[in-house]
Design a protein around this ligand. Structure first.
Ligand code: 0PR
Length: 382
């Protein structure tokens, strides 16, 4: 650290340099985050000092957080759901599994090493869960359509299982697991069921076709949904919702010297700014605004699929939402060349390997035309 402070001018020139190295999302087809909506940005700036870790000092901000939880509860068919705003999908998933473990073990004290059964497509945040919580994470195989294989899931359940996870919009393929079937299994075996809708939560409710995935399904006990992905809010904005307050109560610790007596969140200090940003953008866009945003992304998705087929490339899955996996030959080489020669950021699916694109609002139809042209050049040059 420097002894004397630098001038304001010097600092901002250093920042400018760093910013110029960052991507501004142009040619980024690998990200589930995007530019926050203008309204979210403005709201965020107004509440920079608000700390949701000490609610009594910021009752206004906390009131808006509760409003967001209410709006999300309505969106996910449980207006009475409780919850809080997290830092993102990872924290929501960690907290959901922590609750399953606490409640599951309290209910069945014979459990030595609690386990949960998740689809093999589960996000790597569940690997962190396993490491942090001492919960065994069992991964169930997928069907050829990249949905969890229910028979496989059932086989992995045993006496030490505390919960199941279903994914509504998996990271690599955007596929939705058969949540109703997983729910049947959860109810039958008396297990908790957490739905990871970190990405899909702000997509599925706004699509023409309906995909059952939320609290409408009886066995669903908690849901992760991220405003900082398709919710167009600022980072860090995640949310964890639970059907019953018991789920969050079992996470409480005493906070004797704060303005509140207990806390069930994972982090202490929390961004009030991001919570307010989420409130502002949800109120501003309304369902209609999100419907338009999703429709736009799905139009881009359709254009990618059509264009890819015209150059002889098939999708690995007919896209469910705005995530596309393309069956290109030598995907790793194609990805590298697209980046090195043309500056496109794309990613790769693991099993099977394919080219993965996420079509977010920061991409234009002209970008897609250019991408398809470059993809054709790369594939023909293999
Ligand atoms: N659950 C699902 C289904 C996800 O796709 C993700 C993140 C998470 C949980 C974890 O969310 P947080 O990262 O908010 O904790 N999915 C993307 C991924 O890791 C996130 C991402 C965003 C990746 C922007 C790249 C990027 O540029 O692949």
């Amino acid at each position: 650290m420097n002894e004397q402070g630098l001038s304001e001018k010097k600092i901002f020139s250093l920042l400018k340099g760093a910013k110029s190295e960052d991507m501004d999302y142009y040619k980024v087809l690998s990200s589930m985050c995007t530019h926050p909506h203008r309204i979210a940005l403005e709201a965020h700036r107004l509440f920079l000092e608000a700390n949701l870790g000490d609610l009594g000092l910021f009752p206004g901000t906390h009131g808006l957080e509760n409003e967001v939880i209410k709006m999300l509860g309505e969106l996910l068919h449980a207006p009475m759901a409780c919850g809080y705003l997290t830092t993102g999908g990872t924290e929501s998933n960690i907290q959901a599994v922590r609750a399953m473990k606490n409640l599951g073990v309290a209910r069945r004290p014979h459990i030595k090493t609690p386990n949960i059964v998740v689809p093999d497509s589960a996000h790597f945040s569940f690997d962190k869960v396993a490491n942090m919580l001492g919960v065994e994470v069992r991964r169930a195989a997928l069907t050829p359509e990249f949905q969890v294989d229910i028979a496989c899931m059932e086989k992995l359940i045993d006496e030490e299982s505390v919960g199941l996870v279903g994914i509504a919009g998996n990271t690599e393929f955007g596929q939705v697991d058969p949540i109703e079937e997983i729910s049947e299994l959860a109810l039958e075996r008396e297990l908790f069921l957490h739905i990871d809708a970190a990405f899909g939560g702000f997509v599925l409710p706004f699509m023409e076709k309906t995909y059952p995935f939320d609290f409408d399904i009886k066995g669903v006990t908690s849901i992760a949904i991220d405003p900082h992905k398709m919710g167009l809010s600022t980072i860090p904005s995640g949310a964890l919702l639970a059907r019953s307050p018991v789920f969050l109560d079992c996470l409480r610790v005493d906070t004797p010297y704060l303005t509140t007596k207990t806390q069930s969140t994972l982090t202490g200090t929390r961004s009030g700014a991001a919570a307010v940003a989420t409130y502002a953008v949800m109120k501003y866009l309304g369902r209609e605004g999100y419907r338009k945003s999703v429709e736009y992304c799905m139009t881009l998705t359709g254009a990618v699929i059509k264009g890819a087929r015209e150059i002889g490339i098939e999708p690995l899955l007919e896209p469910v939402m705005n995530v596309v996996a393309l069956a290109v030959p030598e995907p790793d080489r194609v990805r590298e060349t697209l980046l090195d020669k043309f500056g496109w950021h794309v990613s790769i699916t693991r099993k099977p390997r394919g080219l993965r694109l996420v079509l977010m609002p920061h991409t234009s139809p002209e970008d897609i035309d250019e991408f398809l042209k470059d993809l054709k050049t790369v594939v023909e040059g293999l």
